[in-house]
Design a protein around this ligand. Structure first.
Ligand code: PLP
Length: 399
C-alpha cells in the first residue's frame, strides 16, 4: 500500500497545477516585477493577478490589502510588531494559551524584553475560549488582539468575527492567525471587523516560504523589513514571484475543494475518529466536537507515549504527528493540550491525524487496522498500564 500521509496540518503536497503555474516564472518569465521594461511588466502583472486571487479567496475589499510575506510566521510577527509600533501609547496585547509559537514566542519575548503586558486567555477542556477573561482584558491600553481562527493541533475554531467586534469597541486592532483555516472554511473578511489576517501557502497546497498578511485599508502599518519599495513600502525585498504565482493558483483552486472538505473529507475524519474510539479503549477525541476544522482529528490514547505510536505508525507507512514535542531530552506534552487541562497521561499519547482532499477511504481503513495493535503493544510495556484494571479513563466533559 502507498504511504498514508495524514499530516496535512504540518504541510500539504503542492498541487500539480500549482507547480505547472509557477514553473515559467523560473524560466522565460524571470523578470523583476519592479523593472521598467517588458520582462518586468509581465511578471508584475502576474503578481497582481495573484493578489486578486488571494483577495477573492479571503473576500477582501481591495487587492492592495494583500501583502505577500515569507509565510505564516513572518505574517504573525509583522502584524503584532507593527501594531505596537503604530500605537506607541498602547502597551498591552491579548492572545490565547493555544496559539502557534509564531505568536506565543514573540509575545513572551515582548513581555520579557520590551515591557509589553501580555494577557493570555485560557481555554476549557474542550478548547473553548474563556470569553469573560477576554472581555475583562480588553481596554484602551490594548494595541492588538491576536487570536487564531482555528487551532493547528485540535482544529477547534474560535469565533473571531465576534471577538474582533469587541476589540474594535475599545479601539484595539484585531489580528487572526488563519493559517489552518484558510481554504478549509469560507471567509468574507470585508464583512468582519478583522484588521489583519495571516495565511501560509504550504498549508494550502502551495509551496513553503510564501504567505500573506491581509492588512485592512486604513490600518496604520509599520514595515518590519526595511529596504526597497516593494509591497507599497510595507515589506521590502524582491518578490518571490514563482511562489506568489503558485499561491495565487492555489487560492483560485481552493474554493472548488471547500465543499468536498466539508463533506467527503469530514466524513473520512469522522469515520477515523469513531473507528479508533470504538476499537481502542481509554481513548478520546480532543477539541470541541461540532466546532472543528473538518480535516483534523486529535485523539488521545491514554497511558502511552505519542512518540512510540508515531514510530510504529511510520513502520506501517502512516505519517501523523504527536501532540508532544521532544525538547532537550524531556518529553513535554503539547502546550495546547496542557492548556485544555488534559492530564499528562493522556496528553502524552495524543496523535493528530490531519487529512486533505488527497485522503481516501482505503487510507482510513489502513490506519484503523493497524492502530489497535500498536496501542496494545505500547500499553504492554507501559508502566502506567495494568491489564487487570486499567486506570480510570479521563473524560474531558467532567474536567
Ligand atoms: N500559525 C499556525 C496556526 C500554523 O499552524 C503554522 C504552521 O505550522 C504557522 C503559523 C507558521 O506558518 P509558516 O510555517 O508558514 O511560517
Amino acid at each position: 500500500m502507498k504511504p498514508v500521509y495524514f499530516d496535512n496540518n504540518a504541510t500539504t503536497r503542492v498541487d500539480p497545477r500549482v507547480v505547472e503555474a509557477m514553473l515559467p516564472f523560473f524560466t522565460e518569465q524571470f523578470g523583476n516585477p519592479s523593472s521598467m521594461h517588458a520582462f518586468g511588466a509581465k511578471v508584475g502583472a502576474a503578481v497582481n493577478r495573484a493578489r486578486g486571487e488571494l483577495q477573492t479567496l479571503l473576500g477582501a475589499e481591495f487587492d492592495h490589502e494583500i501583502m505577500f510575506t515569507s509565510g505564516g510566521t513572518e505574517s504573525d510577527n509583522a502584524a503584532i510588531l507593527s501594531a505596537l509600533e503604530a500605537n506607541p501609547r498602547r502597551r498591552e496585547i491579548i492572545t490565547t494559551a493555544v496559539e502557534h509559537p509564531a505568536v506565543l514566542s514573540l509575545c513572551a519575548w515582548l513581555e520579557k524584553n520590551k515591557g509589553v503586558r501580555v494577557h493570555v486567555i485560557s481555554v476549557d477542556a474542550k478548547g473553548r475560549l474563556d470569553l469573560d477573561a477576554y472581555e475583562a482584558a480588553l481596554s484602551d491600553r490594548v494595541a492588538i488582539v491576536s487570536i487564531m481562527w482555528a487551532n493547528n493541533e485540535t482544529g477547534t475554531i474560535f469565533p473571531v468575527a465576534a471577538l474582533a467586534e469587541k476589540a474594535k469597541a475599545v479601539g484595539a486592532l484585531f489580528h487572526t492567525d488563519a493559517v489552518q483555516a484558510v481554504g478549509k472554511i469560507p471567509m468574507n473578511i470585508k464583512a468582519t471587523a478583522i484588521d489583519m489576517l495571516s495565511l501560509s501557502g504550504h498549508k494550502l497546497h502551495a509551496p513553503k516560504g510564501i504567505g500573506v498578511l491581509f492588512v485592512r485599508r486604513g490600518v496604520r502599518f509599520r514595515a518590519q523589513i526595511k529596504g526597497g519599495h516593494q509591497e507599497r513600502g510595507r515589506r521590502a525585498g524582491t518578490e518571490n514571484t514563482p511562489a506568489i504565482v503558485a499561491l495565487g493558483k492555489a487560492a483560485s483552486l481552493a474554493p472548488h475543494y471547500m465543499a468536498e472538505e466539508n463533506t467527503r473529507v469530514r466524513g473520512l475524519r469522522d469515520r477515523l475518529e469513531k473507528g479508533l474510539i470504538q476499537r481502542i479503549g481509554h481513548s478520546f477525541v480532543t477539541g470541541e466536537p461540532g466546532n472543528r476544522l473538518p480535516n483534523t482529528a486529535n485523539v488521545a490514547f491514554e497511558f502511552i507515549e505519542g512518540e512510540g505510536i508515531l514510530l510504529l505508525l511510520n513502520k506501517e507507512g502512516v505519517a501523523a504527528s504527536s501532540g508532544s514535542a521532544c525538547t532537550s531530552g524531556s518529553l513535554e506534552p503539547s502546550h495546547v493540550l496542557r492548556a485544555m487541562n488534559i492530564p499528562y497521561t493522556a496528553a502524552h499519547g495524543a496523535i493528530r491525524f490531519s487529512l486533505s482532499r488527497d485522503s481516501t477511504d482505503d487510507e482510513v481503513d489502513h490506519v484503523l487496522s493497524v492502530m489497535p495493535g500498536i496501542v496494545d503493544k505500547l500499553r504492554g510495556i507501559s508502566p502506567f498500564w495494568s491489564k487487570e484494571g486499567a486506570p480510570q479513563a479521563f473524560d474531558p466533559a467532567y474536567a
